[in-house]
Design a protein around this ligand. Structure first.
Ligand SMILES: Cc1ncc(COP(=O)(O)O)c(C=O)c1O
Length: 311
């Protein structure tokens, strides 16, 4: 991991190594935090954050679902993110805003604990590798089912909920695969440990919907828009595990993984075993949108002002 210099903590920029919390931080014990994963790209218009407003909206929605009031406005979070990127002199980076219950009264009732906010940034390449984006990765259906809204709030991006993804990720890694595919509590295909899933069969694209307890991925929404703009039909529907073995193409979307094809599921090649034509077409438009090469999706980018020269 490539460290940056500064991290934004509750309104101030502090040195990376000083960005510390108390051991009685509520979120450390009970997972009472919400967060975002966002990326900024080096574009011809300058450093630009992909779908920043959508990420900030989801952060506020996640917090609200867990009854946490963020002590900053959306505009303040946006400005703080811009400042953190600019002061770290980063042209492209991953951005991790975190809102969490800080040190306060112990015990499960969290509402008397403070709500703390941090924004960290660092340089981070493709999560599943550049080669993975090009050639596809190998996925395995996890023995861990995706969390369901019977017990938590899968639509929220909450820290404690990620134990589910962590278990699936460790299992797939130890079994020699790059990514885990989680089924929902009914046994229908849900998503990767940190990505949404798309399945292509006979030219039609399908992706699990919210009734499968997916996280509403911002890159999922982008891929759906791009696919429809390219003239493809995209449907949200239940996908049975067995359908994965019949797919012509499968790809995943997420901020960390961007758009990464799956070339194998459970040791069975997906289609020809190479990323297919539809995946390639969407991936190419998507990469153009991320890197500011697309006029059509230019308003998905929030350009960061260059840092003020030192006086
Ligand atoms: C569990 C899970 N599903 C899906 C996604 C994809 O969401 P997004 O495209 O907004 O990054 C992520 C990543 O944030 C995730 O952690």
């Amino acid at each position: 991991m490539i460290q940056a210099d500064l991290i934004w903590m509750n309104g101030e920029l502090v040195a990376w190594e000083d960005a510390k919390v108390h051991v009685l931080t509520h979120a450390l014990h009970y997972g009472t935090g919400v967060f975002e994963g966002v990326r900024a790209y080096d574009t011809k218009r300058g450093t630009a954050i992909f779908r920043h407003a959508d990420h900030i909206d989801r952060l506020f929605r996640s917090a609200a679902m867990y009854l946490m009031e963020i002590p900053y406005t959306r505009e303040e979070i946006r400005a703080a993110t811009h400042e953190t990127i600019a002061r770290n002199n980063l042209k492209s980076c991953y951005i991790r805003p975190l809102v969490y219950r800080g040190a306060g009264p112990m015990g499960l009732f969290p509402l008397d604990c403070p709500v703390d906010v941090t924004i960290a940034v660092w340089e981070w390449g493709a999560y599943l590798g550049e080669e993975g984006k090009r050639l596809g990765v190998r996925g395995k259906v996890s023995s861990f089912r995706r969390i369901s809204s019977d017990s938590v709030i899968p639509a929220a991006k909450a820290t404690g909920q990620y134990l589910n993804s962590v278990l699936a990720k460790i299992e797939s890694h130890k079994s020699g695969y790059e990514e885990a595919i989680l089924l929902d509590d009914r046994g229908m295909v849900c998503e990767g440990s940190g990505e949404n899933l798309f399945f292509v069969k006979d030219g039609v694209i399908a992706t699990p919907g919210f009734s499968s307890d997916i996280l509403g991925g911002i890159n999922r929404a982008s891929a759906i828009t791009i696919a429809r703009d390219l003239g493809y039909t995209v449907v949200e529907r239940d996908i049975a595990r067995g359908e994965l073995y019949l797919a012509d193409e499968i790809f995943m979307t997420g901020t960390a993984a961007e758009l990464t094809p799956l070339r194998e599921v459970d040791d069975r090649p997906v289609g020809s075993g190479e990323p297919g034509e539809i995946t390639r077409a969407i991936q190419s438009e998507f990469e153009d949108a991320l890197h500011g090469r697309s006029e059509r999706y230019a308003d998905w980018l929030d350009v960061v002002a260059a840092p003020a020269p030192a006086t």
